[in-house]
Design a protein around this ligand. Structure first.
Ligand SMILES: CC(C)(COP(=O)(O)OP(=O)(O)OC[C@H]1O[C@@H](n2cnc3c(N)ncnc32)[C@H](O)[C@@H]1OP(=O)(O)O)[C@@H](O)C(=O)NCCC(=O)NCCS
Length: 141
């Protein structure tokens, strides 16, 4: 089926709130000289953890990472921005969609999405056990 003009987003924008921004450094490269995917996932994990703080107001831990896709290679010197959107809150868990966008650190131009994935965090107490997330206005938990 042919794409209609209105289906093609000519100016795609990040979904979610900016949770973390950093610079891709030479120490984070893989054997190809591009940025190592594991480093990018750790930035995404940090961003998801930061996003959960506004909800959990305490300790939380990653329990699952799902459907991570790397869409384009990331070069040294790129500004790496992680955007977070909390899409579901359960009894103790939160599902957070993360998008990673990069821009050239000199020109600030050419912003594009390079990776995305879903992270599941669980609110935990001081003993590492799950705890209920209190959401204002959400009764009967
Ligand atoms: C987080 C942890 C305390 C959860 O313990 P648990 O016994 O699995 O807890 P539960 O089975 O009750 O699950 C807790 C919640 O997580 C959700 N969950 C657990 N595993 C999940 C998975 N693989 N995918 C999606 N959700 C998951 C459950 O659905 C539940 O959600 P809800 O409370 O909103 O209904 C435990 O798994 C743990 O300590 N894991 C290590 C965490 C860690 O150290 N992370 C850092 C990276 S190593």
């Amino acid at each position: 089926m042919a794409l209609r003009k209105e289906d093609v987003d000519l100016d795609p924008q990040p979904v979610g709130e900016l949770a973390l921004q950093t610079l891709a450094m030479p120490k984070d490269t893989n054997a190809n000289g591009d940025i190592f995917g594991g480093w990018l996932v750790s930035q995404m994990d940090l961003a998801a953890g930061i996003a959960t703080k506004q909800v959990t107001r305490g300790r939380s831990a990653t329990v699952a990472i799902k459907n991570v896709s790397f869409l384009y290679p990331v070069s040294v010197g790129s500004i790496v921005s992680c955007y977070a959107e909390i899409v579901e809150i359960g009894r103790s868990s939160m599902h957070i969609n993360i998008e990673v966008w990069i821009a050239n650190s000199i020109t600030q131009h050419g912003q594009r999405k390079v990776a995305e994935g879903q992270f599941v965090f669980v609110a935990i107490d001081e003993n590492g056990r799950t705890r209920r997330i209190e959401v204002p206005g959400k009764a009967g938990q």
